[in-house]
Design a protein around this ligand. Structure first.
Ligand SMILES: Cc1cc2nc3c(=O)[nH]c(=O)nc-3n(C[C@H](O)[C@H](O)[C@H](O)COP(=O)(O)OP(=O)(O)OC[C@H]3O[C@@H](n4cnc5c(N)ncnc54)[C@H](O)[C@@H]3O)c2cc1C
Length: 375
């Protein structure tokens, strides 16, 4: 059965980017509906460390970060493949450990109190088009009813599974890297630091991380840092190759696991690929390639897209000219410029050094250079 519904703006995805967009739009007076495929907000956990960001904190209400923080971690240690080399860093702006579900629910409450309606269990399957512009979406709502939802603009923030990526045929293998996350209970390793283990195997570079959380809980992640390469090591294989990592997590019981992808450093240019369709967050690789910064970057770029998008919506129908002006304003916004600058400096430099490291021995040999960019 198909029915029809209208809002001024539709936002796909209630992640940091989608919630940021919705808040930016609603505070600028736009009537917004967010469509989220999960039944429960934040049930697919993603990143759970975040650094304090003044702009995000003031948008969400001063003290938001403090309320969400379970604990703060001020140190990081990086280990080379052989574990013969390591470097420890003190982080000036500490990593705040959060609970993803609580964090997303609290952001959603703020967004809802600005007048936004959030529909859970609503999966966008395709887009409606009129006169060469996107004019809405088709969505499965409540798992069985197909709805045509009309709007003046659609903001697609579905992360690495973003439906607009499929709609316009983006080759995501250029930006996404496979990532495997687990939450374990019974962790007995050091609690005062985030640990990073580098590993070079036949599938290329894999980075294993251990982030201690509250009590004996820890988040462990394996990131396969070769774009488009879906060969992944299991936690078991990684532990065998990296004895210290194995020792740290031995005896821990997995209470949550997730296989997904994460765009790291490579940004896609088409913020507004079709008039009336805007993309933001992981959908376009809006991730700062630096620990604890993906959530805030997606949220801030989303919020900016919401504020500027509201202006575009108010200017009449979303034509090609409106798109061009919107893209220009987005590209010159401070958050977009700082993301580009940061990723240009750090990702390029890191990739340059990592591209020279093809064997474990190389990693120890190049360690003095590598450790300069491990911050
Ligand atoms: C394992 C992992 C660890 C990470 N660690 C950190 C970290 O420690 N710190 C940090 O800052 N960043 C971290 N990141 C990055 C950070 O989580 C992301 O950059 C951020 O969540 C991106 O926000 P987003 O809103 O663009 O996408 P997402 O958070 O992925 O949200 C997208 C939303 O869209 C919904 N959706 C998708 N398709 C549809 C559809 N068709 N219809 C309706 N809804 C849909 C999804 O269900 C989801 O809720 C991590 C990411 C991963 C995967």
């Amino acid at each position: 059965m198909t029915s029809s519904y209208c809002a001024e703006a539709l936002v796909i995805g209630a992640g940091p980017a989608g919630l940021g967009v919705a808040l930016g739009l609603a505070r600028s007076g736009v009537d917004v509906v967010v469509l989220e495929q999960q039944e429960t907000l934040g049930s697919a956990r993603r990143g759970e460390t975040i650094r304090f960001d003044r702009d995000m904190d003031s948008i969400l209400g001063k003290g938001f970060f403090e309320k969400q923080t379970i604990r703060k971690i001020r140190k990081r240690t990086y280990y080379s493949h052989s574990e013969a080399n390591q470097v420890s860093r003190v982080i000036l702006n500490p990593n705040n450990i959060i609970n993803w579900q609580d964090f997303i629910s609290s952001m959603a409450e703020i967004v809802q109190s600005a007048g936004v309606r959030i529909w859970t269990g609503a999966t966008v399957t395709s887009f409606l088009k009129e006169n060469d512009a996107v004019s809405g979406v088709k969505a499965m709502v409540g798992g069985f009813s197909q709805e045509d939802l009309h709007a003046k603009a659609v903001f697609s923030c579905g992360g690495c599974d973003d439906p607009a990526s499929r709609y316009i045929g983006i080759d995501r293998s250029k930006i996404d890297m496979p990532v495997y996350k687990r939450i374990i209970q019974g962790y007995r390793g050091p609690a005062d630091r985030l640990e990073y283990y580098f590993h070079l195997g036949t599938g290329g570079l894999t980075i294993g991380t251990i982030f201690s959380r509250a009590g004996t809980e820890a988040e462990i992640i394996l990131l396969n840092a070769i774009r488009g390469n879906d060969q992944r090591l299991s936690f078991y294989e990684f532990s065998k190759a990296h004895p210290l990592f194995g020792e740290r997590i031995a005896g821990g019981n997995s209470s949550y696991s997730l296989r997904t992808r994460i765009p790291m450093g490579g940004m896609l240019p088409d913020i507004c690929p079709v008039p009336g369709l805007v993309m933001a967050g992981d959908a376009l690789g809006h991730v700062q390639a630096r620990g604890g910064s993906g959530i805030k970057t997606s949220f801030m770029i989303g919020y900016t897209a919401g504020e500027l998008g509201a202006r575009a919506i108010r200017s009449g129908s979303w034509s090609k000219e409106v798109s061009e002006r919107f893209v220009k304003e987005m590209n010159s916004s401070s958050h977009m410029r700082s993301l580009k600058k940061h990723n240009f400096i750090y990702s390029k430099l890191r990739m340059h050094i990592f591209s020279r490291i093809t064997t474990p021995e190389d990693m120890d040999r190049y360690w003095p250079y590598l450790k300069m960019v491990l911050r």
